[in-house]
Design a protein around this ligand. Structure first.
Ligand SMILES: [Cu+2]
Length: 511
């Protein structure tokens, strides 16, 4: 099956359109390329037929999983039903369980009117299935489908989400309900727990406001003066510009339910519950605490940490995952929720209820605690030296693009029409990304199709923390290393939808 047939063709002339404009163009081309029925992929004309004939690289028969991208109604609370784009009509999307090293076949049907990208976040996959138009993954046509066959990995907690551009459209991309968990069973199973619970934190009902209220003070380290001065200088160049638009939300959920409306998590005294927690937000950083309990963090972004450590609460940037064991040793009925009173009050929490306990769920605001990746790393082992260091400066041009902040990497805002790689990699080499944040925002930086190792935060060396998203604090510095071992275009971007859509992207290619 030639899955490239329906890929939108890029116009030849160079222009300065944003990713948002590209989507419009992509849509137009998809619409022109055929009427419904003609845009579906070869061999997939009957979208109701779950089984189909195989081709050279696409196995025949029934898929292991079938996903329908479709509008769904989500009952977040009694008599409060929202409508959003979902996977299989539910939120979160279904939990997909794979086995390390064992091929899976997933049929993805796009029942919407918009071509889609289905991104397998945190996996080492080829460009053809990774799910990013920037890298060249073919779109799943509107009312069409794609069969994807791949060997999942690495093991651990991953997820899937749409990779469309939303731009100024708050009904698109990760502002809607297109998020679902993936768990890849390791060949050697994890131990030390009695059962698992999956937690997906996600906001709905977004709106724009000028400026925002992002929590900033939970990361350790001091701002670098030189980086702060860079932002100050840029702002002085355009004193007329107001603050750029930021996204706020009215509705907060855990596993698609507002606090108090989902089923409580029922636990027994002495039980060790392994929570797999995902921040499925399009743009928010989340925190989570369970009063009277601690979290023993065993994995970050699905990857076991060298130094599992017990912490009083968790912080997760967009798309980050934490796997943590909670030993249930404080009977009661508790609220496990976000630290922000407003957000928890509007639903960002769930109830943990011990067997035999009843009454009003209790919340106790935890003491302030700095979230420091370093405590999970190797204390005494320096990371391997890189073959090459790539220097990156991230900067914000306030309200420079129709009232939205424009984001640049080394002075360049990503141009979706060009899709020009900024950095060229050599296969097999180890690269260090020396990231410097010349803005006051926190950026959860994400690398596609590879994992990276955090090797330094604010000049403090570490090793062994393997992630695919890491929060870089305002005016701070961080080094992350990765090995170029998965050839093909590779996307590197801030995982805030609003930042990514307005320039905060770089592409790597292999030469
Ligand atoms: Cu960002």
């Amino acid at each position: 099956m030639n899955t490239n047939e329906t890929e939108p063709v890029l116009p030849q002339e160079k222009n300065t359109n944003s990713r948002r404009d590209f989507l419009k163009t992509g849509l137009t081309i998809a619409a022109l390329s055929g009427l419904p029925g003609a845009v579906v992929l070869q061999g997939c004309t009957n979208t109701n037929n779950k089984t189909r004939e195989g081709t050279a690289n696409q196995p025949p028969g029934k898929a292991d999983y079938t996903i329908h991208i479709q509008t769904g109604l989500i009952e977040v609370a009694p008599q409060y039903i929202i409508s959003t784009t979902t996977y299989n009509g539910q939120f979160p999307g279904p939990l997909l369980r794979f086995r390390e090293g064992q091929q899976v076949v997933v049929d993805i049907y796009n029942d919407t009117d918009v071509p889609e990208q289905f991104h397998w976040h945190g996996q080492f996959l080829p460009v053809d299935v990774d799910g990013s138009a920037e890298e060249g993954t073919p779109y799943i046509p509107a009312h069409g489908m794609r069969r994807e066959a791949f060997i999942p990995g690495p093991p651990g907690f991953r997820f899937y989400h749409t990779h469309l551009v939303a731009g100024a459209n708050l009904n698109m991309g990760q502002y809607n309900g297109e998020v679902g968990p993936v768990y890849i069973e390791p060949k050697k199973p994890l131990t030390g727990y009695d059962r698992e619970e999956f937690i997906v934190m996600k906001e709905f009902d977004p709106y724009f406001q000028r400026g925002g209220d992002m929590a900033m003070d939970f990361l350790p380290g001091q701002p670098v003066k030189e980086l702060a001065a860079m932002q100050e200088k840029r702002e002085k160049e355009h004193p007329e510009r107001p603050k750029g638009f930021e996204v706020g939300y009215k509705l907060f959920t855990i596993n698609g339910k507002q606090l108090g409306h989902g089923d409580p998590i029922k636990v027994k005294r002495g039980e060790r519950v392994l929570f797999h927690i995902l921040n499925g937000s399009g743009s928010e950083i989340r925190s989570l605490a369970l009063p009277g309990h601690t979290f023993k963090v065993i994995a970050l972004d699905g990857n076991p940490v060298p130094n599992p450590a017990e912490v009083p609460l968790l912080w997760l940037g967009t798309a980050e995952r934490i796997s943590a064991i909670v030993e249930m040793k404080n009977p009661g009925v508790w609220i496990m929720g976000d630290l922000a009173d407003d957000d928890r009050g509007n639903g960002m929490g769930t109830i943990v209820q011990y067997e035999g306990q009843s009454g009003k769920p209790q919340w106790i605001t935890p003491k302030p605690y700095k979230w420091d990746y370093l405590i999970f790393g190797n204390k005494n082992r320096k990371a391997q030296e890189p073959d090459e260091t790539i220097h990156l400066i991230f900067a914000k041009d306030q309200a420079a693009d129709h009232g939205f902040n424009r984001w640049t990497i080394n002075g360049v805002a990503f141009d979706m029409m060009d899709r020009k790689p900024m950095f060229h990699l050599k296969k097999g080499k180890r690269y260090r990304l020396h990231m410097r944040n010349a803005s006051d925002d926190i950026h959860p930086m994400h690398l596609h199709r590879h994992s990276f190792e955090i090797t330094s935060i604010g000049g403090q060396p570490t090793s062994g923390i393997i992630k695919d998203v890491a929060m870089l604090g305002g005016f701070q510095e961080m080094d992350i290393d990765f090995t170029a071992d998965n050839p093909g275009l590779t996307l590197f971007h801030c995982h805030m939808q609003l930042h990514m859509d307005f320039g905060f992207i770089a592409l790597f290619d292999y030469i």
